[in-house]
Design a protein around this ligand. Sequence first.
Ligand code: APR
Length: 242
Amino acid sequence: MTEIPAALVEALRAAKRVLFFTGAGVSAESGLPTFRDAQTGLWANYKPQDLATPEAFARDPETVWRWYQWRRRVHADVAPNAAHRAIAEFETRLPDAVLVTQNVDRLHELAGSLAPIHLHGSVFRNKCAQCGVEMPEVPHDLESPPRCTECGGLCRPDVVWFGEGLPEGPWKAAVEAAAAAEIVISVGTSATVHPAARIPLLAREAGALVVQVNPEATPLDRVALNLRGPAGVVLPELLSRL
Ligand code: APR
């Protein structure tokens, strides 16, 4: 069991504004492979980094669409784990907790988090690749992207692809929460994908204590109090000490 420093428990009890910042590792114990994990089955020969780009969609929309449809089916089959539930419970127990996630799943919502700020969108939303208008969810076995009724463009998932900017509203809200936070708890992220990875650093620059929950080392190690271990074990333990 990871040792939880008593000083951290004291700091959490005293803190008003706590920011949770999560990545794919928080959903790993639900059975969702992290983005950089090897893929399985039909998609084993593809690298996510080569599919999640506007160039890949422009070149081969069918393949990218089918990959997301497969991911949607995988995502629809998994349930929140103890880490998602602990974060939702922290949100009710702390006076002013904000959750910023890079994840495109909806496991935080299913665990009871009311308003996670999604920096990278959601696989369960669609938009037009051409005019950007929101498009409805479609059955997860539809093999080709439908056309936009406004402009005839192709439907794509409303997620942020490599090389694309972050949605303005969520990014602004996350930066404001980082500037105001007294404590940031970064959970299950490799802290390598920018600009999202700036969030804990911005908080740190503004004087926040940065806590990191991750079984592996990341670039955040040098500025963080590191709790090494799986989020589904460490977060419930931290919660039980509050
Ligand atoms: N508990 C906590 N952390 C875990 C666990 C676990 N059970 N299992 C794995 N991790 C950690 C890994 O050690 C790694 O540091 O989760 C991290 C996952 O890293 P990435 O796969 O890089 O995911 P993330 O940081 O969310 O990626 C950021 O990049 O791939 C794009 O847009 C995608 O939102 C994603 C972004």
